[in-house]
Design a protein around this ligand. Structure first.
Ligand code: SF4
Length: 271
């Protein structure tokens, strides 16, 4: 899985349901199998079952081709190992509960994956920035991120013009990735005891926490329930989970009282 931490078990449940819809509940699956094309690359898909390769994704849904290159890498190794002509690739976006799937043949996977490897090994090929740059280990030095730092190459963007704005946004995104890599490196150097002119580390207090059971035992009888509960917040995910464990077929009786804040809006690429 790429990009982020899975914290909500209901989201995982959605992914499990989607897998069941495709392969049924009794199928034998391989969890995080090593998929390798000898001497070329290896990786671990989240789940493989027969002609299906599944990968969980958190965060936003990238535009097509999405994670096709990554899944083609798993698919190619799986097809070569099991003598298949095709497999179905499944990208399960748990945050948005979106299931993207596509069939990929052995020929297509070979062309895509080996093409990427060839280009990677070609000394004359230049990197091209993309949506995966933020996870790359070369963000600090990659020329694809910083290529128009030269003032002569900088354009005078008219940000009221849609085309200019789109172009400027791509440039800004690249620079932002590089800027974050620089900040991370500077922090690392300061932590190692190196001087950086004009900068120092500052310690911030860690977050306080308390065992709620212990607090309840010590304070409840003295504060009373109203005052004590005014200091607590509810984890609805846990509440639903624990309720579901005891009352499997009964919806949480307070569902209708649960309120939801306004949905937030994210800006994602639309290719
Ligand atoms: S930072 Fe450079 S090398 Fe890394 S993914 Fe982006 S373009 Fe490729």
């Amino acid at each position: 899985m790429a990009g982020g931490v899975l914290s909500d078990e209901r989201l995982i449940d959605w992914a499990i349901d989607e897998v069941h819809k495709v392969i049924g509940g009794d199928a034998v699956v391989q969890v995080e199998p090593l998929l390798e094309l000898e001497d070329k690359y290896y990786g671990y898909a989240d789940l493989v079952c027969g002609e299906h390769v599944f990968d969980l994704k958190s965060g936003g849904i990238p535009p097509l081709p999405g994670y096709k290159a990554q899944l083609a890498g798993y698919a190619l190794a799986h097809m070569e190992n099991t003598f298949r002509d095709f497999v179905w690739c499944h990208e399960l976006y748990i945050d948005s509960q979106y299931h993207r799937y596509y069939k990929i043949t052995l020929g297509e996977a070979r062309e895509l994956v080996l093409g990427i490897l060839d280009s990677h090994l070609d000394e004359n090929s230049e990197p091209v920035s993309c949506t995966y740059c933020k996870w790359c280990k070369h963000t600090l030095t990659c020329k694809a991120l910083t290529k128009d730092f030269d003032e002569d190459d900088m354009k005078d963007y008219d940000l009221t013009n849609a085309e200019d704005l789109a172009e400027a946004l791509h440039v800004a995104k690249r620079w932002k990735i590089w800027a974050e890599a620089v900040e991370k490196e500077a922090k690392k150097q300061l932590q190692e005891g190196n001087d950086i002119d004009g900068w120092k580390l500052q310690t911030r207090k860690g977050r306080e926490s308390i065992d709620i059971g212990m607090a309840h035992k010590e304070l409840y009888s003295r504060m009373g329930s109203d005052k004590f509960l005014a200091c607590c917040s509810m984890n609805l995910t846990k509440l639903r989970k624990i309720w579901g464990e005891f009352y499997e077929n009964e919806e949480l009786p307070v569902e209708e009282f649960i309120t939801r804040s306004r949905d937030s809006v994210a800006m994602v690429e639309d290719k």
